[in-house]
Design a protein around this ligand. Structure first.
Ligand code: ADP
Ligand code: ASP
Ligand code: MG
Length: 417
């Protein structure tokens, strides 16, 4: 008998018919004899609706109360799913984050899971009940409700799987697995059978929202086997597993995009030691996470510094940048919200040269101008005009032949370094 954590996302529990379909699937698994912890998100659109309600009430909602409000989305679905499972004659009990003993730090809106009291869940599992757990929410040491950031139910599920030593964490969603690119943007994207934790970490951090970044890092840390698969179809999905177990190692395995960043430029910064520290220290102290940074070669002792920040933090970033610019005698601060970051990711890049140049050529052929570039061991990212996002994703997907089934020799791809 296995212990399985199943997580169903917002679309999967989007209305009561879908909740009943999920209940059927859960009961089927239970009847095979497995112990089940089922984590659910809020119904599709519900979290957005709650966010809009809070923002309509105040331009700057209190973070503690914001989390109290947002957590109600998942509280609805746990109750509805438990009702639906019980209606099929199988015992089930719902648990909010507090009831699960899901302890987090106190960073409202982006809390990190610290520990889980598994004893309460085990008691119900031992009695033969299906445990239906609210995703996305926890409680800090003072008993305040916290939420784990958008997409956080993935993290709740993986954290529960780690705490319970589950055999597998199944992430049920509206696509059949993890693809070479977002299948809703690139029509010929190919489903991957396996992906290594590190590759998925990179894809998630670069915008592939199929798994929340933190869920992948927890999965890697605790060795949780994650299986991303379709709620609506039966076929196997994609396994996220340790690198040693991934047989194929294409140079590029995926293309991702992120439309949630904005660009800030401080022009005419005096090019002296310490200038960068004076710009980026107050930003980090202000809780603004800076991503790509570019500094130009200086002319006449002055240079331009451009960086990207999460779009929701642009207002705060600009306030800080303007204050710093005044201190540094830099005459101008400008910003651009209509940018996107498009990236190619692959473990095989460690051993192969030529990925960046192939990427730049493919974009050039489509007339897409590159504004910023950033690379790491297993990814190359470019910042481009937002309106070219889809075009760039498709062009790169084709350039790296990701839509094709590759043969072993093609797998070698580019010449070795
Ligand atoms: P859920 O509500 O089930 O958590 P999400 O909307 O958070 O679902 O994540 C699933 C979505 O992730 C898909 O509908 C797809 O548009 C998007 N996505 C982005 N990149 C990828 C990728 N590489 N593979 C699969 N899905 C992706
Ligand atoms: N309901 C939350 C969200 O929409 C958490 C989740 O779905 O994972 O982000
Ligand atoms: Mg999600």
């Amino acid at each position: 008998m296995a212990l399985i954590v199943q997580k169903f996302g917002g679309t999967s529990v989007g209305d009561t018919d879908r909740i009943r379909a999920v209940a059927n699937r859960v009961v089927e698994a239970r009847k095979r004899g497995d112990d089940l912890v089922v984590v659910v998100s809020a119904m599709a659109g519900e979290t957005d609706r709650l966010v809009a309600l809070a923002n309509a009430t105040s331009p700057d909602p209190d973070p503690r109360e914001f989390d109290v409000l947002l957590s109600t989305g998942e509280q609805q679905t746990i109750a509805l799913l438990a009702i639906a499972i019980r209606a099929l004659g199988v015992p089930a009990r719902s648990f909010t984050g507090v009831q699960l003993g899901m302890r987090t730090d106190c960073s409202h809106g982006r809390a990190r899971v610290l520990s889980i009291d598994a004893s309460r869940i085990r008691r119900d599992l031992d009695r033969g009940a299906v445990v239906v757990a609210a995703g996305f929410q926890g409680t800090d040491s003072d008993g305040n409700i916290t939420t784990l950031g958008r997409g956080g139910s993935d993290t709740s599920a993986v954290a529960l799987a780690a705490a319970l030593g589950a055999d597998v964490c199944e992430i049920y969603t509206d696509v059949p697995g993890i693809f070479t690119a977002d299948p809703n943007v690139v029509a010929n994207a190919r489903k991957l059978d396996h992906i290594a934790y590190d590759e998925m970490l990179e894809m998630a951090s670069l915008g592939a929202k199929v798994l929340q970044l933190r869920s992948v890092s927890l999965g890697k840390q605790y060795g949780v086997r994650i299986h991303v698969r379709s709620t609506f179809e039966r076929e196997e999905g994609t396994w996220v597993i340790p690198e040693e177990e991934v047989m194929e190692r294409p140079v590029v395995s995926g293309v991702t995009y992120n439309r949630n960043e904005a660009k800030v430029t401080i022009s005419g910064v005096r090019d002296t030691p310490g200038a960068a520290a004076r710009i980026f220290r107050p930003l980090s102290e202000g809780g603004v996470v800076v991503d790509v940074i570019v500094q130009n070669v200086s002319e006449d002792g002055r240079t331009d510094v451009t960086f990207t920040v999460p779009r929701p933090d642009l207002g705060r970033a600009l306030e800080i940048a303007e204050a710093v610019a005044a201190e540094l005698g830099a005459p101008r601060v400008s910003s651009d919200e209509s940018i996107a970051k498009v990236s190619v990711v692959g473990l095989g890049m460690r051993e192969h040269a030529g990925v960046a140049s192939r990427m730049f050529s493919a974009l050039a052929e489509e007339g897409v101008n590159i504004q910023m570039i950033s690379t790491s061991e297993i990814k190359v990212s470019v910042v481009i005009e937002e309106r070219y996002t889809e075009l760039a994703c498709r062009a790169l997907h084709d350039a790296f032949e990701l839509g094709e089934e590759r043969t072993a020799s093609e797998e070698q791809g580019l010449p070795a370094k």
